[in-house]
Design a binder for this molecule. Structure first.
Ligand code: HC1
Ligand code: SF4
Length: 579
């Protein structure tokens, strides 16, 4: 079919909207609610206005381009004076009941509403009705996610992602007209609701209505306290995403610059969560074998994703014994820093504080769990997301892109295998586990370490691993997104599941798509492919690619833990979840 946009001929197919055809042909139309890769077109923001003239029409009409199908012979104009004036008025109306305290907003400078206000040439806001926005809900109940509805523009993207991607459906649309509000189901505070703190709603929020809990000041209080020894760890998936906040190449590994940045801030010890991921494989792999040999609870579920653990506790409490008792790498590293590292470096454990930099909002809640407090202190004291750490660096005048590279200099807890870094991708924990479990059972390394059946985008992937004559074949499943996890759980419950070992990551793509990662404007999964490839490239280039071959892990066992699942491991690295 053929029509015109701004006088230029365009070809399109029958079911395309004006917005889609315009985009495909390089004509920019602003939007705030629509999100193509979330398949979300509610038509609520009304800033995508265009002028159309249908083939047999005499008159022009102003319509929303996201909801109007492109028709044969249609002439579309995107920049007429009337379109521009109506878009400007629409943005003014959106701002009228929007908290306009932009300078203190977490999204300041990275806000899609600010961008659109600039695009339409808004020079002054004529309307500002605090009586409407100030009575809207501000919810600080969750350790992970903050909701400030005084900033909400009711695009419904959060409702969609929570319902359609995660299958949680914690957020609902309440009231009508000017009173429309996004509420937590049953008007509960977020921390008492079904929310599992994944933060996916934050990634799609175009403004500052949803944000991660801000712990930057807490981290600064620790780093700048000369009485304390601050230990910082950063997660596998942070290093290939953090560069996005500093205009670096997508998927670039910025680990060496993060080490420099942390040293410049005055952090005492920089460690790598990857080291602890190798440790988790030793413990979790051994735990799987123990369960298989002793007819323990199966399938065993991975435990490192706190959103997933929250989900099991809230929805399938009877299946918490299936969750591996091995704590997550974040928690294992905290526990080891305050015991093993303190011993090796001759540090007073009471003066050690652990800060994590994580791609995940739910990690904040994980660190606060009572299970992970020891002698009245948490193993991990403060968790910053990738976005918060970027903000902290910007506040301190550090431009990551301009920093020189540094290497880890701590000789105890920094080395890592390729298996550890792939934890950051969906399927990575399972792949890492297979590399080690195979060796533990057969005594031989896998011929091909890259277990490609476990990689990819499919919401569920399966593989089978042969664990020799005694244990036989074990069926593995890798799942991401909780909507798919719910399907799997229902199959397991009804006895229709063949699996022995299951990895679940709550966020699409795994941790690289975590709710604490840099967000892309106008896109849900903007840079997922590059981040994920960046992670696999790090693995490919490591000399050591299996957790059991990490020399620092071998020394940790020789000097301190003695053996996987041993007495010390049980005390420091294992837990049980609530049922
Ligand atoms: Fe993850 Fe993990 S991989 S949970 O996804 O097991 O957050 O990156 O740090 O703990 O290692 C997150 C990432 C992270 C833990 C590890
Ligand atoms: Fe839903 Fe996750 Fe947001 Fe909670 S954090 S409301 S579960 S999308």
């Amino acid at each position: 079919m053929i029509g015109t946009i701004n006088g230029k001929k365009v070809e399109f197919s029958k079911d395309q909207t004006v917005l889609e055809v315009a985009r495909a042909n390089g004509h920019f139309i602003p939007t705030l609610c629509e999100l193509a890769d979330l398949d979300h077109t509610p038509g609520t923001c009304r800033v995508c206005l265009v002028d159309i003239k249908r083939r047999n029409d005499v008159n022009h009409r102003i319509v929303t381009s996201c909801t109007t199908p492109m028709e044969e012979g249609m002439a579309v104009l995107t920049r007429t004076p009337k379109v521009r004036q109506m878009q400007r008025l629409q943005v003014e109306l959106l701002l009228a009941d929007h908290n306009q305290d932009c300078a203190s907003c977490v999204r300041h400078g990275n806000c899609e509403l600010q961008d659109v206000a600039q695009f339409v040439g808004l020079e002054q806001t004529r309307y500002n009705y605090p009586e409407f926005y100030e009575r809207r809900t501000r919810d600080y109940s969750s350790p992970s996610v903050v909701r400030d509805m005084s900033k909400c523009i009711r695009c419904f993207r959060c409702v969609k992602v929570c319902r359609e991607i995660q299958g949680i459906d914690a957020l609902v649309i309440t009231q009508k007209g000017l009173e429309t509000e996004i509420s937590v189901r049953d008007h509960l505070p977020l921390n008492e609701s079904d929310c599992i703190s994944c933060g996916q709603c934050i990634l799609v929020c175009p403004v500052g209505a949803l944000a991660g809990r801000n712990n930057i000041e807490d981290a600064m209080d620790l780093i700048y306290n000369p009485e304390l020894i601050t230990v910082v760890q950063f997660a596998p998936a942070v290093r290939t995403a953090m560069g996005e906040e500093f205009n670096m190449a997508k998927g670039e590994n910025v680990e060496a610059k993060m080490i420099t940045a942390l040293k410049r801030l005055g952090v005492d010890v920089v460690l790598d969560t990857n080291f602890a991921a190798d440790l988790v494989i030793m413990e979790e792999g051994s735990e799987l074998l123990h369960r298989l040999k002793n007819k323990g609870t199966l399938p065993m579920f991975t435990s490192c994703c706190p959103g997933w653990v929250n989900f099991v506790e809230k929805n399938y409490p009877e299946m918490t014994p299936n969750i591996s008792t091995t704590s997550s790498p974040q928690q294992c590293l905290g526990a080891m820093a305050k015991t093993y590292l303190a011993e090796k470096m001759d540090l007073d454990p009471d003066r050690i504080r652990v800060i994590s930099i994580m791609p995940c909002t739910a990690k904040k809640g994980e660190a606060q769990r009572p299970e992970f407090q020891r002698n009245g202190r948490p193993d991990v004291d403060v968790v910053l997301t990738t976005r918060e750490f970027s903000r902290l660096l910007k506040r301190e005048g550090l431009d990551l892109a301009k920093l020189e590279d540094s290497q880890f200099d701590n000789p105890w807890m920094t080395d890592y295998s390729g298996a550890a870094v792939i934890f950051g991708n969906t399927g990575g924990v399972m792949e890492a586990a297979v590399r080690t479990v195979h060796k533990l059972v057969t005594g031989n390394e896998l011929d091909a370490v890259e277990y490609t059946d476990l990689r990819g985008d499919a919401l569920r992937r399966e593989a089978t691993v042969d664990l020799g004559p005694a244990l036989g074949e074990v069926k593995l499943a890798v799942v991401h997104t909780l909507k798919e996890a719910r399907r799997l759980m229902d199959e397991i419950k009804s006895g229709n599941s063949p699996y022995g070992f299951v990895e679940v990551m709550a966020c699409p793509g795994g941790c690289q798509g975590g709710g604490g990662q840099p967000r892309s404007k106008h896109s849900y999964h903007g840079t997922a492919r590059e981040r994920s490839q960046g992670i696999y490239n790090i693995d490919k280039n490591r000399t050591i690619r299996q957790s059991h071959n990490n020399p620092m892990i071998k020394r940790l066992y020789a000097d301190f833990l003695k053996k996987p699942l041993g007495h010390k491991s049980h005390e420091l690295l294992h837990t049980t979840y609530r049922d």
